[in-house]
Design a protein around this ligand. Structure first.
Ligand code: MEV
Length: 321
């Protein structure tokens, strides 16, 4: 009898790492082809791919996650995996595929867990098939996968997941434009989860409806945001944390005007500022998900972290360097 599973004993999972991300400026606006700033966190998702003799797809998901995240994202996740595999020419009707996802990235709305999952999958296909996909090809496969989570991804999450670092990102009619920022000083962040898992498809769809209902209002808001993002880049380049914090606060106001924030996010933002953060905003899709706070020193980072732990179900620290 043939064994049903061919186990690769030395699959180099550490070469399949794909990072989570936090958006400093520009969630939602970035869908409409204006620049955004995004930082990859050091936490990652990895993936092991084994071909099995029985056709079909088996997914073992060992990623840590906030409660209910995996249940809510189950169908979209399978769709995203299938889109990525199809893009890479892997046909699970012909050869069986067993995927095991792991890593230390805690899945929560806003952290780019979906992008990290599909980018790590693309890396795993690359290794299992001994292909020599370029980083751009890995990123492109991740972008296709992201479409499983929502129809019109900007590409910001998969790009951060693939390349890491702090990136200026802009979607265009063609390939996106992005470049890595060199930082003059580290950017210390505390980020906290509301514990609420939002649907990116729904929230991005609502923003589109609001835009189409009042194009003049949206044009004015995105114009103000674009100016803010330019100033934000300058603040990053100059290592001016006070300015960066003020701009994050203003970006949060613009997101409130877009109606993508919510009481839980606003409460965390207020608490972070009261505990010493020089700026705080929601990050990612919104209507739940994450908020990020800028904390210039280790001491402030610890203080803000402790204050938020009293309010939020999960709190993390990261530093863009
Ligand atoms: C999600 O992390 C960021 C959004 O701007 C969607 C996207 O850019 O694809 C809300």
């Amino acid at each position: 009898l043939l064994p049903t599973t061919f186990i690769m004993t030395s699959f180099p999972v550490d070469q399949t790492r794909a990072f989570g991300k936090l958006i400093l400026f520009g969630e939602h606006f970035v869908v409409y082809k204006v620049p955004a700033l995004v930082g990859a966190v050091s936490a990652y998702t990895d993936c092991k791919l084994e071909y099995t003799t029985e056709p079909g797809l088996e997914v073992i998901d060992n990623r840590p996650a906030v409660p209910l995240y995996k249940e809510k994202k189950m169908d979209e996740g399978i769709e995203a995996i299938n889109l990525t595999l199809t893009h890479l020419g892997v046909d699970t009707k012909k050869s069986g595929v067993k995927l095991t996802f792991g890593g230390d990235l805690c899945c929560a709305s806003g952290i780019g867990a979906s992008a990290a999952q599909v980018v790590s999958l693309a890396r795993a296909v690359n290794i299992a098939d001994s292909r020599s996909l370029s980083e751009d090809e890995i990123n492109a496969a991740g972008y296709e996968g992201e479409k499983g989570y929502h129809g019109t991804p900007s590409g910001i999450d998969n790009t951060a997941a693939t390349f890491g670092g702090l990136l200026r990102f802009q979607r265009t009619e063609g390939a996106p434009i992005f470049d890595k920022k060199t930082l003059v000083s580290p950017i210390r962040i505390v980020y906290a989860s509301t514990g609420i898992t939002a649907s990116t498809t729904e929230v991005v769809g609502d923003v589109r409806e609001k835009k189409e209902a009042d194009e003049a209002w949206f044009a004015d808001l995105i114009g103000k945001y674009t100016k803010l993002c330019e100033e934000g880049q300058k603040a990053v380049e100059e290592g001016d944390m006070d300015k960066l914090g003020k701009l994050m606060n203003l970006n949060h106001e613009y997101l409130q005007e877009l109606t993508v924030s919510c009481k839980e996010l606003d409460d965390l933002v207020v608490a972070a500022r009261a505990a010493g953060a020089v700026g705080a905003k929601m990050s990612g899709t919104g209507r739940g998900g994450l908020m990020i706070a800028l904390t210039p020193t280790e001491e402030i980072q610890n203080e803000v972290g402790s204050a938020l732990e009293k309010l939020a179900p999960q709190v993390w620290k990261t530093t863009f360097a």
